[in-house]
Design a protein around this ligand. Sequence first.
Ligand SMILES: *Cc1c(COP(=O)(O)O)cnc(C)c1O
Length: 344
Amino acid sequence: MPLSLYVDGPRWRDHLTATVAAQPGLVPVAKGNGYGFTVGRLARRAEWLRVPVIAVGTYREVAEVERRFSGDILVLEPWRPFFTDVPYGERVIHTVGRADDIQALAARTVRPRVVLEALTSMRRHGLPQTELADLSWLAVNGRAAPGVRLEGQALHLPLGTGHIAEVERWLATVPARRWFVSHLGADELTELRGRHPDIEFRPRVGTALWLGDRSALSARATVVDAHAVRRGDRVGYRQRAVTREGSLLVVAGGTGHGIALEAPTAAASTRQRAVALARGGLDAVGRALSPYVVDGKQRWFVEPPHMQVSMVFVPAGAAVPDIGDEVDVHVRFTTTHFDQVVIS
Ligand SMILES: *Cc1c(COP(=O)(O)O)cnc(C)c1O
């Protein structure tokens, strides 16, 4: 009973090739649910794009890309001595975010390839400015730790624009020839490249690459059951009473697929929050608009989604799809696990 992601292949591939062509040195990011596509599928696509490096979120994801992608694999999560699942292959590039870790990593494996991460205004991982500068000088001179091969430094910036001043502050003290950068705008990159022709900037891009042309993507859910209901009928786990005559549709997609999950950070304004709720969040009183669109309208959940399916109510008078038909579903691609991805 599939929840499906349909991809207009020619459109999607055109967008991918155009994006890579427009951004020299782009490093595709394939992580998590693979932006709805799965990490494995994105790895194959990165191979098709002929890029030399792919980035994954975690060490565990290396296994999903290494057989499908032949280039280097940059791991975004910083290496930690307590990690037990680290693949130390020649193609793996480690991110180092603490001075002590570079020693520990060099003790663990021969000639590790590393990217030194800056602790930016994101405050997620990385080395503060003086530490990064010091360690970078040592690494450049081959004295950071035995055998360490420095691949570059990394800046992970917050979403939005206005990053130039922060980038310039790092560039001013850190002796880097190659910066891996995240969330710099195209204009900002152009400006920085113009100012620093001697430095290689390599943007790490996920969303704007894989999901950059939304018109190429559509999510649809199969109707797996339908029941006529009358006012007063009790339905579902919670035995809630139906308040009017209509149809109860059982549609593919439940909590296991990430239905009704929202990444809360996406909703900065009140309006965005309202939209996020409408896209499938559950409200406090238990009645929530579902992300399923039937006869042109998003329909109410009868109750919170189940693991594999959701129950939605369609009032009498609306056109009811047949069992086996598909309905549109407005999901967030980065939180949805589709049963199948169909690329034309
Ligand atoms: C996820 C991630 C990216 C890609 O982010 P998008 O917004 O999907 O382009 C880049 N850099 C780092 C460090 C990340 O964790």
